[in-house]
Structure formats: C-alpha cells, structure tokens
Design a protein around this ligand. Structure first.
Ligand code: FE2
Length: 252
C-alpha cells in the first residue's frame, strides 16, 4: 500500500472488505505508507488497528529512523529476512488467524536491482523449515523487481508453502494461480493507493526526474485510489492453497 491515500483506503474499507470476502488473515506490505517511502511505528500500529494481521516490509525498511528501535519488539511486522544478519527485527513472524490457527509470514527480498546482504535462494529453505515448525499455513511476501525471479521463487517453493505473493512493482499482474503442488502465487499483488500516478508518485514529478535527471522530492498522488491484493483460499490442516484470485476494489 502507498502513502496516505492507501492508508485511508485501508482504514475506511478493510474491515468491510474482510467481512465481504470472508477473510481470516490479512497481510499488508507497508513499506510505502509514510508519504510513499518507509513506515513509522505510529503508522504501522494504525494499519494493524485497521485490520491487518501482519505487515511486511521491503527495500525501504530503514527510511524512517524511528523504526530501528521499534522493530525488534514488533511481533507482527516482518522485514526482509535477507538483510544483514545483524539487522534489527525478524524476517519470519507467526500471528493468529481469526479462528486461532497460526499463520507464518515470511518477508524476503529479490536480488535483481535491490540491495540485500544475502541472496533470497540462499536462505529460503531454512526459513521455510523454521516456518513449518510453527504453522501449516505459510505466506511468503517476495518483494522483488523482476518477474523472472518472482516466478522462479514461486516454482521453487511449490508444495512447501501456502502462497508466494509478489510485491514491490505496484502493478497487479494477471497470473494469480494455484501451482500443481498447492502453492498459490501471483507475480505482483498490486497497489493499494493512487493509480492516477507513476506507481503511486505524482506523475509530473516522476516524469520530470526521468526527463531531466535532476533529483526532485517525490510526493504521493491522490487520484483513482484502489485497494488491490490477492485472496488465497487454503486448507488450514495442510496449508495447501485451493484458490487464488486477484482483488481490485475502487475506493471513491
Ligand atoms: Fe519496494
């Protein structure tokens, strides 16, 4: 989700949407909530209060300094597991679904065009083993730039986790599916935020920077706000997915 428009949409609509779609557990990627880059403890708490059960982060995890001290105590917020092994916080969290079932949430970042300390494929097996020790249902947020890397990760984890959901590129892809082994996947879950924009940013500012190369402070746009995401159905006793569908809801 992106900026104040995205947060407002979540605060206004998430509760109702959870009822309409009969959602037991909701994961929000929150790394762009603070004016488009980063997250603060206060905003994270607002997202959790608005109905998110877990928050994942990404390449903008450290953009707001106040997160550094707060993250180790935030048991429903996961930052990418493949940051430095000495980074505060954790890449795997476990939270309860509506019925009390544990759900493991893994945050992992891709290696193409993104800076991380370790390659995602290097540590994903260990993460999945750790997650399996606490939960049947395992959701992996793979925060990555390249479609190839996201599809490869989804294939690699097929049969071992409930879902591999791509984030970071902010454009919902049309490949929501359940793979043969029972792992749901989508290359990008889309953006909850202003779509009359360049991936959330006011278009004229993004275009100006691209045309001139002159750095400029980006501001979130505010038009055509939508809630986008993906709805995964699964068997909680096995953790295998049975359906996977992209969700796109205009927010007037
Ligand atoms: Fe990102």
């Amino acid at each position: 989700m992106f900026g104040t428009p995205g947060r407002r949409a979540v605060e206004e609509r998430l509760d109702g949407l959870r009822d309409e779609l009969d959602v037991d557990f909701c994961v929000v990627n929150g790394e762009n909530v603070a004016d488009g880059v980063g997250i603060t403890p206060r905003l994270a708490e607002r997202l959790l209060a608005a109905g998110a059960d877990a928050i994942t982060l990404g390449n903008h995890t450290w953009r707001r300094r106040e997160i550094v001290e707060w993250l180790p105590g935030a048991d429903r917020v996961a930052r990418p597991a493949n940051l430095s092994r000495y980074a505060p916080g954790r890449g795997l969290i476990v939270a309860e679904a509506r019925g009390g079932e544990p759900v493991a949430v893994v945050s992992l970042m891709g290696s193409l065009f993104l800076e991380n300390a370790r390659g995602p494929f290097e540590l994903v097996d260990e993460l999945v083993d750790d997650a399996s020790a606490s939960a049947q249902v395992i959701v992996v947020d793979f925060h990555a730039e390249a479609t190839s890397e996201k599809i490869a990760m989804a294939r690699y984890l097929d049969g071992r986790v409930t879902a591999v959901l791509g984030t970071h590129t902010h454009v919902q892809t049309s490949d929501a599916r359940v793979q043969p082994g029972g792992t749901a996947a989508i290359t990008d879950a889309g953006m909850t935020g202003p779509h009359d924009s360049v991936i959330g940013v006011r278009a004229e500012l993004a275009i100006s920077r691209m045309r001139t190369g002159v750095p400029i402070r980006f501001q979130p746009a505010d038009g055509d706000v939508r809630i986008e995401g993906v709805l995964v159905e699964c068997d909680p006793s096995t953790g295998r997915a049975t359906a996977c569908e992209a969700v796109r809801v205009p927010v007037p």
